[in-house]
Design a protein around this ligand. Sequence first.
Ligand code: BES
Ligand code: ZN
Length: 986
Amino acid sequence: MVNSHRKPMFTIHTGFYCLVAILLQICICSQFSVPSSHHFTEDPGAFPVASNGEPFPWQELRLPNVVIPLHYDLFVHPNLTSLDFVASEKIEVLVSNATQFIILHSKDLEITNATLQSEEDSRYMKSGKELKVLSYPAHQQIALLVPEKLMPHLKYYVAIDFQARLSDGFKGFYKSTYRTLGGETRILAVTDFEPTQARMAFPCFDEPLFKANFSIKIRRESGHTALSNMPKVKTIELEGGLLEDHFETTVKMSTYLVAYIVCDFHSVSGITSSGVKVSIYASPDKRNQTHYALQASLKLLDFYEKYFDINYPLPKLDLIAIPDFASGAMENWGLITYRETSLLFDPKTSSASDKLWVTRVIAHEMAHQWFGNLVTMEWWNDIWLNEGFANYMELIAVNATYPELQFDDHFLDVCFEVITKDSLNSSRPISKPAETPTQIQEMFDEVSYNKVVNITCRWKLCFQKKRNNDYKINSLGHWCQFLLLVSLFICSFFRHHTCSIKFKLPLKTYHTTLFFISFFNSFVFLKGACILNMLKDFLGEEKFQKGIIQYLKKFSYRNAKNDDLWNSLSNSCLESDFTSGGVCHSDSKMTNNMLTFLGENAEVKEMMTTWTLQKGIPLLVVKQDGRSLRLQQEHFLQGVFQEDPEWRALQERYLWHIPLTYCTSSSNVIHRHILKSKTDILDLPEKTSWVKFNVDSNGYYIVHYEGHGWDQLITQLNQNHTLLRPKDRIGLIHDVFQLVGAGRLTLDKALDMTHYLKHETSSPALLKGLSYLELFYHMMDRRNISDVSENLKRYLLQYFKPVIDRQSWSDEGSVWDRMLRSALLKLACDLNHAPCIQKAAELFSQWMESSGKLNIPTDVLKIVYSVGAQTTTGWNYLLELYELSMSSAEKYKILYALSTSKHQEKLQKLIELGMEGKVIKTQDLAALLHAIARRPKGQQLAWDFVRENWTHLLKKLVFVYIQCVFFHTDVSVASNQVESNVSQSI
Ligand code: BES
Ligand code: ZN
C-alpha cells in the first residue's frame, strides 16, 4: 500500500473521467443531429419512451441549447436521521428558440411538482402553470412539457419540488459518517458533483457550458452547521427549532462546482492579505490537525492572486476534510472538499511525504479556483485543460511558497511515472479533436468495455539456448518480465472487467491474467502538466505566465478550448517581444530556426499539438562524431521491439516538435534547438568529451546516446558527478533504465551507471537509483526466483549499507533527506537486515508498553508498525488502535502494516472488515486490496477474493478502483528456467 492514499486517487478520479468521457463523448454526437420540438410533434414515434410509456421528446444525451439557465434558487432540507432530503428550486431560464419542452438532467430524484411562470406572471405574482413531467432514466433526463410554446428571447421561471434519499455511495448528495473520541457515530450530508452528479441532487442543466448563478438555502437542526460555496447572509429561525441558512448568490459557474454540506464540524480561520476568509473544517476531534492546512492555504491563495493577477472572486474559501470521500479532493468553488489524508496534518503521525502530499493537494485544488472554476473547459473532452493546469500549477505554487519541499524533484518523479505509461503502445493522446461523429466514435472505442489486450514480447532475445536444447532466461529476459509487470498498467486504459494479456514465447505460452476495476488513464492529465512545464522552459517563465494571465482574463466566467489556450500563449509571446523585434524565448541566443519558427505566429500551437494530439513520448537518439551531433527522433516504445512487424508503422506516424536543450563537458551554457524533423545535424562550437541533452530534465523526451555516448557520461559520473546538475543525474538514471526496459541497452550499462551512487549526495538522485534497484529486486522476489532475489538482496544491502548505517531513527533533516531515510530503512527492514529489524522491534515494544503514547518519529512509523505487525500480539494491538486512532495519516500507516502480515487468516480478516465497511471504510477497501495483492503472500488470496466477490465488489466500488492486482497463472515456466544470470552481471 505504498502511497496507496495517493495513487488510487489519481486513478479514482480518472474513473470518473472515463465514465463521463464515455457518456459524454457519445453526447457530443448530439450536436450533429439535434431534433427540434417541431420534429417531435410531427413524429413522436421516433423518440425514446419515457418511464410512463409516453414518447420522450429528446433523444440525445446532450441537452438542447434552446433553453439556457441563468439563475437557480435552490432550497434543500436534509434530514440526517431519516437520511433523506426534501428540496425545491426555481430556475430562471432564457429561451433562444421557440419550444414546447424543457429538458433537464435529473437522476434518482422524485419530482413532486413542477410549474412554469413567465416573467410577466412572476412580476404580477401569478401562480405558475402546472407542467407535465416525463422522465427518461437511461439518459438521466426529465422533460417538462409546457402547455403553450415558450417564446424566443423571453425569460421564464421553472419551479420544481423534489425529494430523494441521501445517496449511499460517494456521489451526488450523500451520507458520510465518523466516529468521535467517545465512540459515538455521527452523520453528515455532503455533495460531490464532478463530473455529472449534480443531477443526483437537483434537476439542472448539468453540462459545464451552462454556467449560472446559484442562490442556496439550507434548512438544518440547531446542532449542525450548513456550508455552501458562498458565505451565509442570514439565518432564519423556524417553528420547531429548525434553522434556515441563506447563502449569498454565487458568481456565474458550472453545476459540477456547486457544493453544500450539513455537519457538526469545527474550523480554524485566517484572512489573506486581500481580505479573503479562509477556513479549514474537520470533525471536532480533528481540529488540531487543521493548522498546517490553514497556513498553507493562506500562503497559496496569496500566491495565486499575485501570480494570476486576478483576485479570488469570492469573499471566503472553506476547505473541509470529509471522512468518506471517493477521490483525493474536489475543487467546488469556495468550498473545497478533501479526503482526510489530503488535508489534515498531524504533527505526531504525519510524515515528510504526507506533508508534501497535503501541500500539493491544497495547491492543486486552489489552482482550480482559476483553472476550471473561473475558466472552464467547454466540454469534457478538454478536461485536461482543467486538470493538466492544476497539476502544473502545483509545481509553480509549491516551489514558490514552500521551496524547502523541493517540489520540483517530486514533479520529476511524477513525469517519470507518466512516461512509463505513455511509452506503452496502448497509451492515448491528451486530447483528440472530436469534430465529426466518426472521430467521436473512435474516441469511444478507445475506452470501450471488455477490451482484451495482447502484448507480444520478443522472448527470443530474452533466452539463451543451452547445450541440452533447453533455455535459460538472460538478463534481458528478466527485464522483459519486469516490463510485463509494468505493462500491466495497461489496464488503466480500459474501463473494467478482466483483461487478459498473453505473451508470445518461443517455448511455452506464458499467460498472465490481469484483473482490475480501473477505469481510465489519469496519467494524461499529469502528462499535460509535464508538457506545460516543457513549454514554460521553452518560452521562459515570464512569457508563459503572461500567456496564462491573458487566457484567464479573456475567458473569465466563460468556457474555453485547447486552441484558446495556445492562442493566448503564442500571443503573449508575439505581442510582447517578437513583433517588437525582440526575442521570444528563455534563451537570448536563439537559433535562426527558432526565429523562423516563432515568426510563423501559430508556432506554440503547432508545437503543442504535436504533444497533445499524439500519444507517446519521443526518443532522441544522439550520435556524436567529433564536433558534429547526429540527431534522430523515434517513437519510444516499451513492449514493441525493432524487429516486430508493427514497429515501422508505429514509427512512421509520429513526429514531434521537440524543444531540445543540451550542455556539454566544456561549458555550462545551455544550448537550444528545435527538432522538427526525423533527423538533423548539429554542430558543436568546440570538441567535447560528452554532451548531455534535456537539461534539468525539463523536456518530455528520453535520450539515447549511441556509440560511446553513455560510456563517456558514466565515466564523468564516476570521476566527478557534480559536473552534471542533480536533475541531469536523475534524468540519466531514469533514461538508462527505460532504455534497458526497451531492449536498447543492456542491464550492465544501467548497473554501471548506478555505481556512482556510492558518492551521490543528492537525496532525490539516491532515491531514484534506489527505487529502480528495489523494483528489480521485488520483481524477482514476487516471482519466487529465490536465488536471483537472494543475490540481489545481498547486493542491495551491501551496496547501500554505508548510507543505511548513516541513518538515524528520527525526523531530522530536509524533506528529501527524510524521505530517503524512510525509503532506506524500509528497504533494510523489508530485506530483513538484522539491525533494522532489531531497532524497529525495540521501538514497537516500547510504543506498545506506553499504550501507544510514545511518539515514534513519523518518517519511520510505517516501518516500525510493519515490523510490529509480524507478531500476533502486535498485529492485534495495531488493529485495535486502527479503530481508535483519530489521525487518518496514522490509520493509513497502520493499515499498510497490517497488510504486510504473512498470515493468510489475518489478511482474510482485513478483507472482511473492508467489505463490511465499518472498521475499515469502503473508501479504503481498494487501497487495502491493492496492498494485500502486492505482497507475495497476498496475491492469491486477493485474487480469489476478488473473483468470488466480483459482482458485489463492482457495486461497492462503483467509483473506487483496484489498481492492477495481477496474477501469474503459470509461473512454472519462469521458475523452471531461471538461473541466476542476473547475479552474475551484478
Ligand atoms: N477535479 C478533480 C477531482 C475529480 C475529477 C473528481 C473528475 C471527479 C471527476 C480534482 O481536482 C483532482 O484532481 N483531485 C485529485 C487530487 C489531486 C491532487 C491530484 C484526486 O482526486 O486524485
Ligand atoms: Zn484536479
